[in-house]
Design a protein around this ligand. Structure first.
Ligand SMILES: NC(=O)c1ccc[n+]([C@@H]2O[C@H](COP(=O)([O-])OP(=O)(O)OC[C@H]3O[C@@H](n4cnc5c(N)ncnc54)[C@H](OP(=O)(O)O)[C@@H]3O)[C@@H](O)[C@H]2O)c1
Length: 245
C-alpha cells in the first residue's frame, strides 16, 4: 500500500512511517523540510501541497500540531481531511475522550476535526492517551494516587498500521488507546527516580490547556478500559511502562 504520513518528523508520524516501511509499504513522509527521497513537501496551511502529497495514496495518517491556537489546529485538521477526500482510508490521531465535550481546548479542537472526518467514506480515529516519556524526575500536576493512562508511541503506530492493513476491522470507528495505567510514583520507581507533584496553579502558568487536561484527569478521569482494548487487539504486543522504559 502507498501511505502518506503527516507529522512524519514527529513522535507519532515518525513511528508510523518506520513501522509501515518495515512492513513493506510505500511511505510518503510529509514534512515542511523534505531531505530524503521518501519525504514529500507538505504544509498544513498550503492545501495545494497537501493535495499533491495525498495524490494516488491508498491511506493517509493525519496528525495535528500541539501548541498552536485552537482555530489554527481546527483549520489545519479540516484542511488535511479535505485534501485527503479521495484517499481510500484516512486514520486521524486525536486524543483519548476528545469526543466527550471535556472543555479541554486541545481535545475540543480534535472533536471538531473528528466531526469533519465522519463524512469520509472510510475513516478511523485513534485516541491516544499521554505518551510514555523517559528521563528526569516524574513531575506532573496530578495526585500521587491517580492512575494515569499512558501509551507507547510504538503502540499507536502498531494500531495505525493494523488499521491500514485490516480496514474492515477499523471502518468508521473511534478507538481510544492506552498501553498501561499507573501512578506517578509507580512510573518514578520504574525509572529509578522521584515523583514530584507540581501544584496545578504552577502548571496553569505554563499552559492553561495542559492544566485543564490534568484537572480533568484528577476530577473526572479518562473512560478507557485498557484490558478490553488489549483483549480486542492482542496482536499489538502492548508495551507495559516498565517494558517500554
Ligand atoms: N504528547 C502527548 O502525550 C499527546 C497525547 C495525545 C495526543 N497528543 C497530540 O499529538 C499531536 C502531536 O503529535 P506528535 O507529538 O506526534 O507531533 P510532534 O512530535 O510534536 O511533531 C509535530 C509534527 O507535525 C508537523 N507539522 C507541524 N506543523 C505543520 C505544518 N504547518 N505543516 C506540515 N507539518 C506540520 C511537523 O513536521 P515538520 O516540522 O517536519 O514540518 C512534525 O512532524 C498533538 O495534536 C497533541 O495534542 C499528544
Amino acid at each position: 500500500m502507498r501511505i502518506t504520513v503527516t507529522g512524519a518528523t514527529g513522535t507519532q508520524g515518525g513511528a508510523v512511517a518506520r513501522l509501515l516501511t518495515e512492513r513493506g509499504h510505500e511511505v510518503r513522509r510529509m514534512t515542511r523540510r523534505p531531505n530524503s527521497s521518501t519525504d514529500v513537501y507538505g504544509d498544513f496551511d498550503d492545501p495545494e501541497s497537501l493535495r499533491a502529497a495525498f495524490a494516488d495514496a491508498d491511506g493517509a495518517f493525519l496528525v495535528t500540531p500541539f501548541g498552536v491556537p485552537a482555530e489554527t489546529e481546527v483549520r489545519q485538521g479540516k484542511a488535511l481531511v479535505d485534501a485527503a477526500a479521495d484517499v481510500a482510508h484516512v486514520v486521524f490521531t486525536s486524543a483519548t475522550n476528545a469526543d466527550r465535550g471535556t472543555g479541554i481546548p486541545h481535545f475540543d479542537t480534535k472533536a471538531e476535526i473528528e466531526g469533519h472526518l465522519r463524512g469520509h467514506p472510510l475513516w478511523t480515529v485513534l485516541g491516544p492517551a499521554a505518551f510514555m516519556a523517559a528521563g528526569g524526575p516524574v513531575a506532573l500536576p496530578i495526585p500521587a494516587d491517580l492512575k494515569l493512562h499512558v501509551v507507547a508511541p510504538e503502540d499507536i503506530a502498531a494500531m495505525a498500521v493494523l488499521a491500514f492493513e485490516q480496514p474492515e476491522r477499523f471502518r468508521d470507528r473511534r478507538i481510544d488507546i492506552a498501553s498501561d495505567r499507573l501512578t506517578g510514583p509507580e512510573m518514578a520507581a520504574i525509572r529509578g527516580t522521584e515523583f514530584v507533584e507540581i501544584p496545578l496553579a504552577e502548571a496553569e502558568r505554563y499552559s492553561a490547556d495542559l492544566a485543564a487536561m490534568f484537572r480533568h484527569h484528577a476530577e473526572i478521569g479518562l473512560d478507557l478500559d485498557v484490558a478490553a482494548l488489549h483483549a480486542e487487539f492482542p496482536e499489538i504486543g502492548w508495551h507495559s511502562y516498565a517494558n517500554w522504559i
